[in-house]
Ligand binder design. Structure first.
Ligand code: ADP
Ligand code: ZN
Ligand code: ZN
Length: 701
């Protein structure tokens, strides 16, 4: 007998092909099995979604005129099929984020799986280790009362949980012990621990491997080679790995015995994928936890306003949120949170980069052998190069942005399209040889500090050591690890960097952190900018004074310095008191009054085109076409506007916002809209449109 299989394959994002393709097979193949199938002239990897005996058709017309199905090429039967839970997760993500099933399913698999033949895979699996026993009694320090209470509630309730713990309150220790308790209780269970960025995985990985033994823990992130990723994936899929540590992509890891999901720094924007399928790994983690009966713990010192609102306690009429909030306000040991000092830059001499008081404070710490950290969210030497005689500025010819001056290799580089040129000897417009950098990035700040601290000595009389960590300094494989290791080893006195250094790291000897120029985000048009700034500043402050014993021995206190032109701003007032709840309450009141998330749900329709008119024309036609669709009455549609970065690589970008107080109504509209959008693309309205996409729950508008 012949079987008809529905198979998810990677089809081009907007191809006319349906979600799954049909193939013939001489024998039944289980849903979730991996197969190789012909597609056009190629043979590609696919995931079997369902199957039934051929000839048994739901659709009578089709039965009347049976199509000749292509046979599948091979079944990768050495591999156990992907579970129903995994398939549901993929199907949900595809539906919710408006992408094809095949795209999500195939992107969730390690790339190397696509190239392996059945024989190669079988050989590969033979080398696979048996399920790793996690270290029998993992140990760990005695919990503080706050940690113990959080864990007790975590054990007793079903969640999802929001672990609201100050920086340095021992959240990671809570994760470790929650995982330990699970693995001890259930001999097969698996835990997924997610962190926002690759650069945080080495340290966390070390802590987990230390505790549970290296065989039990694998990593999954984009910094790994394809063979490494395949090995981790197979270990998770086969159950050998008890703990998977990874970045957002890990939310799709196949883990047949998944019982616990931790999302550390849950507020971090990098959990939202910013290209292709724009999913939120945090939100999917919560969904997956519910589907698979795995407990979910989100952790942060500055939760997203969504999670904060979702975990509000019941009050009066309001029955409270769906999440359970666990609070750990105190730092480990006797360490207090750093004192926040605001420097009013309006009172400084013109063109001050680092105020005298801040320089003095850093200098004193260098002299005592302590470490300081200065962060500035702008890499390169200077954001713009300009001519003093005419209007010339280092604009990118292809984007609505300036090219950044990188002194190290004397280039002008566009951070949006990558267009790079040597710095011209003279102004390209008027020939004036005096073209000068305007503003500053981390490279220039590092240079500046070097000059200012030339005479400053360390306790042993040796000169100060300044280092920089940003996307430029860490481009080389392994560079970030070695630079971080140097900081941990105390080989750096003053560290300059972008937000890369602000997050998560458990630095022991940093006692001062400074934000050189955070004002930009205060008046951004993006309504989430204050939330992000507050989180970033709290995170940065959290890098200072993490070791109470060290502070005591040094006779020093931890400080966070902020240079600003707006010291009276309410955001800084809350920051001074380390009062996230006060900040959140104010923001939520504003959001509620304005009908913005988390009190409303949004999606953006975005279009790229050769001209701004074409992009907006397509969007506005799409907006008009949505009239009368299911859910449309409950969804507000705005007019198309240019994207904040209007032009990138000679492509004009525009967007149209849709918004509703009902997530379900918004989802219904998006689903009904999708086929219209595909159709419109082929109409005159779609002329000149290069691509379009829907971003559900967008992060920046
Ligand atoms: P967070 O993740 O909340 O920033 P960590 O879990 O990194 O905090 O903990 C901060 C520091 O305190 C770490 O060095 C950790 O080893 C230590 N620590 C955590 N819990 C305890 C505890 N119960 N007893 C002693 N030290 C602890
Ligand atoms: Zn000029
Ligand atoms: Zn450019």
């Amino acid at each position: 007998m012949n079987w008809r299989l529905e198979v998810a394959v990677q089809t081009p994002a907007h191809s006319a092909l349906g979600d799954v393709l049909s193939y013939a097979s001489p024998q039944p193949v289980a849903p979730g099995a991996l197969v190789r199938v012909p597609l056009g002239r190629r043979e590609v990897l696919g995931v079997v979604w369902s199957g039934q005996p051929a000839g048994v058709q739901d659709d009578e017309d089709e039965a009347a005129a049976p199509v000749e199905l292509k046979p599948i090429a091979a079944v990768l039967d050495a591999l156990p099929p992907l579970s129903a839970g995994w398939r549901d997760l993929v199907a949900f993500a595809a539906r919710y984020y408006q992408r094809s099933l095949g795209e999500i399913a195939l992107a969730a698999l390690p790339p190397q799986l696509r190239d392996l033949s059945t024989v190669q895979l079988a050989r590969r699996l033979k080398r696979q280790a048996a399920p790793a026993a996690a270290a029998a009694s993992p140990g760990g320090p005695a919990l503080t009362p706050e940690q113990a209470q959080a864990l007790a509630r975590f054990d007793a309730e079903s969640g999802p949980f929001l672990l609201f713990g100050s920086t340095g309150s021992g959240k990671t220790e809570v994760y470790l012990q929650a995982v330990a308790a699970l693995l001890e209780r259930e001999p097969e269970a698996q835990a997924l621990v997610m962190v926002p960025e690759i650069n945080l995985t080495p340290q966390l990985e070390a802590r987990f491997k230390d505790r549970f033994g290296s065989g039990a823990v694998v990593s999954l992130h984009s910094g790994m080679t394809n063979p490494q990723r395949l090995a981790s994936w197979l270990a998770a899929h086969g159950g050998a790995a008890r703990i998977v540590l990874g970045t957002r992509m890990a939310v799709f890891a196949s883990m047949p015995a998944l019982k616990l999901i931790v999302v550390d720094e849950e507020h971090d924007p990098s959990y939202k994928q910013q290209e292709g399928a724009r999913y939120s790994a945090r939100d999917l983690a919560v969904w997956r936890g519910r589907r698979e009966g795995a407990k979910v713990m989100l952790g942060s010192a500055t939760p997203s306003l969504e999670s904060w609102h979702q975990s509000r306690p019941a009050a009066g009429e309001d029955g409270g949120g769906r999440y359970l909030r666990l609070a750990m306000p105190s730092r480990i040991g006797t360490a207090a949170l750093p004192t926040v000092r605001l420097v009013d830059m309006g009172l400084q001499p013109p063109r001050t980069v680092l105020s005298a008081a801040l320089l003095d404070a850093i200098g004193q710490r260098v002299a005592r052998g302590e470490q300081s950290m200065v962060f500035l969210n702008r890499r390169g030497y200077a954001p713009v190069l300009a001519c003093g005689d005419c209007d010339w500025k280092s604009e990118c010819p292809h984007c609505s942005a300036f090219r950044v001056f990188h002194k190290i290799d004397r280039t002008l580089r566009c951070h949006h399209c990558g267009f790079t040129e040597r710095v011209p000897r003279a102004c390209p417009a008027c020939g004036n040889p005096d073209i000068a950098p305007v503003g500053r990035g981390t490279e220039r700040l590092e240079e500046h500090l070097g000059e200012l601290f030339a005479g400053v000595k360390r306790p042993d009389g040796s000169p100060v050591r300044i280092a920089r960590i940003d996307a430029d300094s860490t481009r080389r494989q392994g560079a970030l690890e070695s630079q971080l290791a140097a900081v941990h080893a105390g080989e750096v006195d003053v560290l300059v960097g972008t937000q890369m250094i602000a997050k998560g790291h458990d630095f022991r000897r940093i006692t001062l952190v400074a934000a050189a120029n955070p004002d930009g985000a205060l008046f951004s048009s993006d309504f989430r900018a204050p939330e992000r700034l507050f989180g970033l500043l709290m995170q940065s402050a959290g890098r200072a004074g993490r070791d109470a014993a060290y502070l005591l021995a040094q006779g020093t206190t931890a400080e966070m310095w902020i240079q600003t032109h707006h010291p009276q701003h309410a955001l800084f007032a809350a920051l001074r008191r380390h009062d996230y709840p006060a900040f959140a309450q104010r923001e939520l009141e504003e959001r509620s009054a304005a009908g913005m998330p988390p009190f409303a749900f949004q999606a953006l329709l975005r279009a790229d085109a050769r001209t701004q008119e074409a992009a907006q024309g397509f969007l506005n036609a799409a907006g008009a076409a949505a009239e009368g669709l299911e859910g449309a009455q409950q969804v507000t549609r705005y007019s198309a506007v240019p994207h904040a970065m209007q032009r990138v690589a000679n492509v004009e970008r525009a967007q149209l916002l849709v918004e509703s107080a009902s997530r379900a109504a918004l989802q219904r509209l998006l689903a009904a809209w999708q086929p219209l959008l595909h159709g419109l693309r082929k109409q005159p309205e779609g002329k000149g449109v290069i691509r379009w996409l829907v971003d559900v729950d967008p992060h920046s508008i």
